[in-house]
Design a protein around this ligand. Structure first.
Ligand code: IPM
Ligand code: MG
Length: 352
């Protein structure tokens, strides 16, 4: 197959982890006889520095025309403590999601048997955890009307959802539940928020189309609690943008390292794959960041977008092997030898 992949390395550790995923994908291409055409493009703080825009039109064109987008991370500390910055790297990410129509953010959380004791939670609480969040990504408070009034003394952000937006996300949730354990949890705050009541009423009205799926409705605060108590009681969870942002960070550390979890953001036409972790600026340029989340994101890309299941399996197998054999970066190495980011990448390629 000929695969054109837009490559958005971004900021911080983005370029380092992306470089390992590229090596792995290239090795897969050789092994399975594919041709990958990489289309590198600027995004984030790197793009602001170069052209003054965190998601330049040129980058958008490249993403639109690619078969998939592989993305590293976005963000730079020089903007974090400067609320007055006019352009921010994160705006690039939001603009990209909106312009590419990536309305569903798929964030799985699963455990690796060899890493269970790295988790901040007790073994018996997390064994068997295998859940997926479907976070709505182009609506809600992230994109609603916002501003200041009263001479700047009052600020507001508005959360808005249309029924259509809820339906298209929930549909993906039901479909995913159907190919998993047929359990779906709708996470909302319907006891307080009107948008949550629209979510709940809409999802309820869709239940009849998926009679095999058991749907539960839970408040976001309770889900935050149960996620650390019994994460293995969940399967597919659907939720709106901000709740999903918060809960998926919480869920991502259950596996033992945030450096392990992949994700996908999909729309009608385009799909983007990225590690859940951020730009981790403290580690940038040190060759110490864990590349596995990015490598596993590439596996998701092969499976979900290219429908190349064997290729995805090969990537996951070699990642598991590296974990079992302790070929890991410092976040996972404990008292044992810590490998460099690039060494882990090289090992994966050599063992594919
Ligand atoms: C994420 C990030 C982004 C978000 C930030 C960087 C804008 O936290 O992808 O979860 O809030 O969506
Ligand atoms: Mg987040």
């Amino acid at each position: 197959m000929k695969l054109t992949i837009a490559l958005l390395a971004g900021d911080g550790i983005g370029p380092e982890v992306i470089a390992q995923a590229v090596k792995v994908c290239d090795a897969i291409a050789v092994k399975f006889n594919h041709q990958i055409i990489w289309k590198p493009a600027l995004t984030g703080a790197a793009a602001i520095d170069a052209v003054g825009d965190p998601y330049p039109d040129e980058t958008h064109e490249i993403c639109l025309n690619a078969d998939a987008v592989l993305f590293g991370a976005i963000g730079h500390p020089k903007y974090d403590n400067d609320p007055s910055a006019k352009v921010r790297p994160e705006q690039g990410l939001l603009k990209m999601r909106k312009k590419l129509g990536l309305f569903a953010n798929i964030r799985p959380t699963f455990t690796f048997p060899s890493l269970i004791d790295n988790s901040p939670l007790k073994r018996e609480r997390i064994e068997g955890t295998d859940l997926v969040f479907l976070r709505e990504l182009t609506g809600g408070i992230y994109f609603g009307e916002k501003g200041r009034k009263d001479g700047g003394e009052t600020a507001f952000d508005t959360c808005t959802y249309t029924r259509e937006e809820v339906i298209r996300l929930a549909k993906k949730g039901f479909e995913l539940a159907m190919v998993r354990t047929k359990k779906l949890c709708c996470v909302d705050k319907a006891n307080v928020m009107e948008t949550s009541r629209l979510w709940r009423e809409t999802v309820q009205s869709m239940e009849k189309d998926y009679p095999e799926v058991t749907v539960s409705y839970e408040f976001v605060d309770a889900v935050a609690m149960r996620l650390v108590q019994w994460p293995n009681s969940y399967d597919v969870l659907i939720t709106e943008n901000l709740f999903g942002d918060i809960l998926t960070d919480e869920a991502s550390v259950i596996s033992g390292s945030m450096g392990l979890m992949p994700s996908a953001s999909v729309g009608e036409k385009n799909a983007l794959y990225e590690p859940i972790h951020g730009s981790y600026p403290q580690a940038a340029g040190k060759d110490i960041a864990n590349p596995l989340a990015t490598v596993l994101s590439a596996a998701m890309m092969f499976e979900d977008t290219f429908k190349l299941t064997e290729e995805a399996k090969a990537i996951r197998n070699v990642v598991n092997k590296s974990l079992e054999q302790g070929i890991v970066t410092e976040d996972l190495s404990g008292k044992n030898k810590a490998y460099k980011t690039s060494e882990v990448g090289n090992w994966l390629v050599a063992n594919l």
